[in-house]
Structures are given as structure tokens and as C-alpha cells.
Design a protein around this ligand. Structure first.
Ligand code: ADP
Ligand code: AMP
Length: 215
């Protein structure tokens, strides 16, 4: 199963992808996570990505497509994967089609989590992530039981780009560069939209409903 999880920043893509990974035993491929890992490692890619991320801009297409091409060629993707946060431009979507053609694969479903813009800043500003295992929390909507990660006890942190000013820029970038992909994938006939304003478990149930209706 080759899934693509779409939606604006803060819609809940990562939260839902992490749940589906456990259910279907396929990897989550998050370009945002890959860039954050490169920033932590201090590589050249990390330096380039950090400048873009801090400004709320997209990392250039050729860089992003390159890391996804390498990742999708790995063996653990052979039985499927969940793309989360890629593609974000029409150029990336065209490149993805080519990469999948080369691998003899097709996207099974594009799942777009819809959340109105007015909710997204609160979602991002309240997001907290575990430094150790990457689990995602929200101070109000999905709080951890204590000050550390419920899963592993790791320290929780706030992303540098999860502030109101950067988030506004990220939402503008989404409107200008990523929203056109909705029409792009609607035309491909594999598109489904899910109401992301519902509680996390209900969003998961709706996603699973779409996926089971495939068979
Ligand atoms: P994305 O990967 O789309 O940027 P995340 O999955 O990281 O979004 O979610 C953004 C924030 O919103 C996180 O703090 C997460 O805990 C919270 N969140 C995710 N899904 C929901 C939901 N259905 N209702 C309320 N908050 C949610
Ligand atoms: P995310 O974790 O998906 O919210 O992404 C965080 C940041 O990483 C974005 O604001 C971009 O700067 C960068 N990024 C993530 N995915 C992509 C992508 N597909 N194309 C370009 N930049 C990306």
C-alpha cells in the first residue's frame, strides 16, 4: 500500500501516519523529519534545510526530491510506505510519479486531512515532540501525562518553526505552492478528504474507513 498523507502544516499528518505505520507495518517517510535529522547531524543538507525551515520556506525541489528518491529505493519500502509532507509542489508531485514509475509502483491513495486555517496556528504553537522517539503531543489537544514522553520518558521540545510568525509564512507557502496538489490528485482519481477537526481517534477511524473501502 503506497499512501500519501496530505494537508496543511499542523493538520495531523504526522500523528495519523504514526498510527497507520503500526497498523500496516510500513514505514513513514516524512521529509520534515528527514530534514530535522540532517539539522541535528550538522550535515551540509542540514545547514541548507535549516535556513529554509526557520524562514518557513520550502527546501528546493531538487534537494527534496533527491532525498525521497534515495529513501524510496530502500528495501523497507518494497511493501508500501506512507509519505508525509511530500510532495509539496507540482514539480515534486511530477518527480514522485517518475520515481514510482521507475520502481514499478503507483500511489494507492492520497489522503488529505482538512483543517481550516484558523485552527492551524494553535495546533502548531502547542505542538511538543519527544527528542528521543519523535512522538507528537499537543499541550491542549493531546497532552502528555507528565512533563516527559508517555511512550519512552524522553524530553519534549518545541520546534523552532512552531511559532506564530513562521507558521503564518508556512500557511502562505502551503496556499501558494501545495494546495494546487489537491486538484492534481483529484484528477488522478485516488483522492479522499478527511475532516481533521475531529478528535485524533475519529480521524484515524475515518482514514481506516477510506482504506478498507479500497478492497
Ligand atoms: P502535521 O504533521 O500535519 O504538521 P501533527 O500530526 O504534528 O501535524 O499535528 C500538529 C499538532 O496538532 C500536534 O501537536 C498534534 O498533537 C495535534 N493534533 C493532531 N491531530 C489532532 C486532532 N485531530 N485534534 C487536535 N489536535 C491534533
Ligand atoms: P514539516 O515537518 O512537514 O512541517 O516540514 C517542516 C519544514 O521542512 C517545512 O516548512 C519545509 O521548510 C521543510 N520541508 C518538509 N517537507 C518538504 C518538502 N516536501 N519540500 C520542501 N520543503 C519541505
Amino acid at each position: 500500500m503506497q499512501l500519501l498523507m496530505m494537508g496543511p502544516p499542523g493538520a495531523g499528518k504526522g500523528t495519523q501516519a504514526a498510527i497507520l505505520v503500526k497498523k500496516f507495518s510500513i514505514p513513514q517517510i516524512s521529509t520534515g523529519d528527514m530534514f530535522r535529522a540532517a539539522v541535528r547531524e550538522g550535515t551540509e543538507l542540514g545547514k541548507q534545510a535549516k535556513a529554509c525551515m526557520d524562514a518557513g520556506r520550502l527546501v528546493p525541489d531538487e534537494v527534496t526530491v533527491g532525498i525521497v528518491r534515495e529513501r524510496l529505493a530502500k528495501e523497507d519500502c518494497a511493501n508500501g510506505f506512507i509519505l508525509d509532507g511530500f510532495p509539496r509542489t507540482v514539480e515534486q508531485a511530477d518527480a514522485l510519479t517518475k520515481i514510482l514509475d521507475e520502481l514499478n509502483l503507483k500511489l494507492t491513495r492520497v489522503l488529505n486531512i482538512h483543517v481550516p486555517a484558523e485552527d492551524l496556528i494553535e495546533r502548531a504553537v502547542g505542538r511538543r515532540i519527544c527528542k528521543n522517539c519523535g512522538a507528537t503531543y499537543h499541550v491542549k489537544f493531546h497532552p502528555p501525562k507528565g512533563d516527559t514522553c508517555d511512550e519512552c520518558g524522553g524530553e519534549l521540545y518545541q520546534r523552532a518553526d512552531d511559532n506564530e510568525a513562521t507558521m503564518k509564512k508556512r500557511l502562505d507557502v502551503y496556499e501558494a505552492q501545495t494546495r494546487p496538489l489537491v486538484e492534481y490528485y483529484k484528477r488522478a482519481g485516488i483522492y479522499a478528504e478527511i475532516d481533521g477537526r475531529q478528535p485524533i481517534a475519529k480521524v484515524t477511524a475515518d482514514l481506516e474507513g477510506v482504506l478498507t473501502s479500497l478492497h
